[in-house]
Design a protein around this ligand. Structure first.
Ligand SMILES: [Zn+2]
Length: 282
């Protein structure tokens, strides 16, 4: 009998797990795939949508709870918080904080990731594409550290005391496509609400991953409700006035019927299309 397949996500903030891979994560969890998650920070530089929920001083603790609520909803069995500080958006003062994840030393982070990989032995890993969706410094950093850690984990000569070498079979970048934001912008515009967020986002996403470069599409209609329930766990980030909350769930479900994954490792042959992240893995 084949060994059960395992999935490990490498992300930067509480809420990164929702929009691009959340429905897929819920689907695999439902199929009893063990799933663990790395979260490099507790999102300390995020918003506080409602001052009754958190203060700048305790936002990290509150967002840790929000992440655990989301993980439980999606079916992630363990979240590994690395404990770095949220570096904030590019160009903000938070970038300079000595504990900011963007200023972390890979020589310190990579062995911690290697230990997680070698203990959990995932077959498939997920992380951001190189631009982190929209250039967030922490998204770019976890992308880089993930590549270093996957390589190191597979090398028996690298810190053997961290466990037996393990090669992750596939690394995917879950995508948030321009097409989704364009469709959401239209719905927001139709309600006569401010769409400047989308214009700023489009500017920041210019270096992002092309919409048509993916090797796997997962139909998430069955788990969309779970994904959207997990989204609501992140109450400090997505308050009542958040744009994502101006659209009824059924309409949002119609915009988010599928999740798209680009295969990063091994490099895909042209035209490759997988019907499952684990398809064909021994
Ligand atoms: Zn993030």
């Amino acid at each position: 009998m084949n060994e059960p397949k395992r999935l490990l996500g490498f992300y930067a903030h509480p809420d990164d797990e929702i929009l691009s891979p959340g429905g897929t994560v819920a689907q695999y969890a439902q199929a009893s795939v063990p799933i663990e998650w790395v979260c490099a920070t507790r999102g300390e530089a995020g918003q506080i949508a409602d001052p009754s929920l958190a203060t700048p001083e305790n936002l990290g603790q509150v967002r840790e709870k929000e992440m655990l609520c989301s993980a439980q909803t999606l079916g992630i069995r363990q979240v590994h918080f690395l404990g770095y500080r949220d570096s904030g958006m590019a160009g903000t003062a938070d970038n300079q904080h000595p504990q900011a994840y963007v200023n972390s030393d890979p020589a310190e982070v990579v062995p911690r990731l290697v230990e997680i990989i070698r203990r959990f032995r995932p077959h498939v890993a997920l992380t951001f594409e190189p631009w982190g969706g929209y250039g967030h410094p922490d998204h770019i950093t976890i992308h880089q550290h993930t590549h270093l850690a996957l390589k190191a984990a597979a090398d028996p000569a690298y810190h053997p005391e961290l466990g037996e070498a393990w090669r992750v079979s596939r690394l995917f970048y879950p995508l948030l496509r321009h097409a989704f934001f364009a469709a959401l912008r239209e719905k927001i515009a139709a309600r006569n609400l401010d769409v400047s967020f989308f214009d700023q986002l489009q500017e920041r996403r210019k270096n992002g991953w092309p919409d048509d470069n993916y090797q796997c599409v997962i139909d998430i209609r069955e788990t969309f409700h779970r994904k959207w329930t997990a989204f609501h766990c992140h109450a400090t980030q997505f308050g009542a006035h958040n744009l994502f909350r101006q659209i009824p769930e059924a309409e949002m479900a119609a915009l988010l019927t599928h999740e798209y994954f680009a295969l990063a490792q091994p490099e895909p042959e042209p035209g490759l299309m997988l019907d499952d992240l684990f398809a064909g893995l021994a």
